[in-house]
Design a protein around this ligand. Structure first.
Ligand SMILES: Nc1ncnc2c1ncn2[C@@H]1O[C@H](COP(=O)(O)OP(=O)(O)OP(=O)(O)O)[C@@H](O)[C@H]1O
Ligand SMILES: [Mg+2]
Length: 218
């Protein structure tokens, strides 16, 4: 049974439909990327999975239909999101950002040792890459079975993106990952399989190494 199954999803902002008949599946332990240009509907897809936009269709997590569940109930079942733009509390320390979610912050520092030495530092004083690590660490402290990552590479220099790929690859394979990205390098470093979302529709599904980049930008 897939850990996540999205079937015939249409998502809406008021009456505006921005996702059209989107279906995708993620197996347990799998790392899957959704690629697509600005405005394709990538963030909206993650919001729908979290119950943050209205939608028609079915979203199942471990065989359980989430449609009637509120966002916090979805989190309790094991879904965590690392949102677009990170959304960390910039004036709080690293430690406080983490302990809001889970008083036992050790797991975060074991995964990201770089954060340990900055635990008393205000989050706004971290580099972009460290802030992204903090946002991912915070999501992982919820001990999710499915981690949703919204453009983790955003605003980061290529070399930082490389080290971010290492960090994400070091996350336990018990955590399945659905990542939306525009950075092909990061996506192919992490995901085995991908979907391309274009103007709210899935236009490709398959192995990430076989993608024709021109088709991706059509
Ligand atoms: N709060 C909103 N109200 C109305 N329309 C919205 C809202 N948020 C997004 N949209 C529209 O929905 C469509 C999909 O947006 P979405 O943010 O999901 O795209 P995206 O693929 O994440 O883009 P990006 O790569 O720029 O983050 C766009 O046309 C956008 O204008
Ligand atoms: Mg987005």
């Amino acid at each position: 049974m897939p850990i996540l199954s999205v079937s015939n999803l249409n998502a809406y902002y008021d009456k505006l439909e921005v996702l059209h008949n989107v279906s995708l599946k993620i197996e347990k332990g799998e790392r899957v990327a959704v690629l697509g240009p600005n405005g394709a509907g990538k963030t909206t897809l993650l919001k729908a999975i979290c119950g943050l936009v209205s939608y028609k269709g079915d979203i199942e997590f471990k065989g359980f239909n989430l449609n009637r569940l509120k966002p916090y109930e979805r989190i309790k079942r094991g879904i965590a999101i690392c949102p677009e733009g990170r959304r960390i509390f910039s004036r709080l320390s690293v430690e406080d950002n983490l302990s809001i979610v889970n008083r036992d912050t050790n797991l975060a520092y074991e995964l990201f040792p770089q954060l340990r030495s900055k635990r008393r530092e205000k989050a706004k004083n971290l580099s972009g890459g460290e802030q992204q690590m903090l946002a991912i660490a915070r999501a992982l402290l919820l001990k999710p079975e499915l981690l949703l990552l919204d453009e983790p590479s955003m605003g980061l220099a290529p070399i930082v993106v490389e080290s971010l790929a290492e960090v994400i690859n070091s996350i336990s394979k018990d955590v399945s990952i659905l990542m939306v990205e525009q950075n092909m390098q990061l996506a192919s470093d992490i995901a085995e399989r991908c979907y391309i979302l274009s103007s709210g529709r899935i236009t490709y599904e398959g192995c990430i190494d076989e993608i024709d980049i021109k088709a991706y930008f059509k």
